[in-house]
Write a protein that binds this ligand. Structure first.
Ligand code: ATP
Length: 237
């Protein structure tokens, strides 16, 4: 089944070797979590897929098309949306304007395009803030706007880097419901996290990364049954 296949990635920052033989497989329309502690290599993995970090070797296949080596703009045009950990939004633009600048010509495979109204349907909280400038949004509102703006580019694969980091429990719970809705709409989602409970509520499968190497791939049921594994690689257990 097509989807995203990452094979044997080795990524460096200068002379620092960060990713070692990272391989991931994400089925079309599934949601997969990349779990790991601070500095484990989650951001670097997502950046490598998005073309923001250049792997020295390995392959990245999106629906069987090699995207490794392409520019981030070309990768975005092929249907990959990336929401960075920093939640970049334009502080001087309103919520609506931030969404409008995310709009891109939809690739031909997109049947139903995202609109500002559709984003407001997904995140009602944003509709209430339509005319407010980005600088005055809370962390949770910024995260929803950041995801909304990326959706306006009509991606088929969504990459989310630690989407709930630093957010209040009520916002985490809202985002979990909203991401589950995106999943039901047929998006393929790869997100990185340290928060096991949040990840479990939305992901079908999980990969654990530690020191730039994949240490586990499987279901949450199997992971939860192995306290030693959780203790070794995650900040829990
Ligand atoms: P975090 O949750 O802290 O963002 P992470 O799992 O996303 O962690 P990465 O940001 O991918 O981890 O970092 C992996 C390793 O690469 C870390 O050891 C980090 O110090 C190092 N690193 C990250 N960015 C750079 C850079 N620009 N130059 C050199 N080393 C870097």
């Amino acid at each position: 089944m097509p989807g995203l296949k990452v094979r044997d990635l080795h990524t460096y920052y200068g002379t620092s070797h960060i990713l070692f033989d990272v391989s991931l497989e994400i089925e079309d329309r599934s949601t997969v979590c990349l779990l790991g502690r601070n500095g484990a290599g989650k951001t670097t993995t997502l950046k490598s897929i998005m073309g923001l970090a250049t792997p020295r070797s390995g392959a990245i296949l999106l629906d069987d098309l090699e995207i490794g080596g392409k520019s981030p703009v070309d990768i975005a045009r092929l249907g990959v949306g990336y929401v960075p950990e920093e939640r970049i939004i334009f502080p001087d633009l309103t919520v609506r304007e931030n969404l409008e600048v995310g709009e891109k010509t939809a690739p031909s495979y997109v049947v139903e395009r995202w609109s500002v109204d559709a984003i407001y349907g997904l995140f009602p909280m944003l509709e209430a803030l339509d005319g407010r400038v980005g600088a005055y949004l809370s962390g949770g509102e910024q995260q929803m706007l950041s995801i909304g703006r990326t959706l306006m580019g009509n991606p088929s694969l969504l990459l989310l880097d630690e989407p709930v980091e630093g957010l209040a429990p009520a916002v985490v719970s809202a985002l979990s419901t909203q991401i589950n809705r995106l999943k039901k709409m047929g998006l393929t989602i790869l997100f990185s996290e340290q928060n096991l409970a949040f990840s479990e509520a939305i992901a079908d499968r999980v990969f654990i990364i530690e020191s730039g190497r994949i240490k586990y791939e499987g279901t949450f049921a199997d992971l939860n049954a192995d306290a030693g594994l959780k203790h070794r690689y995650l900040a829990v257990g």
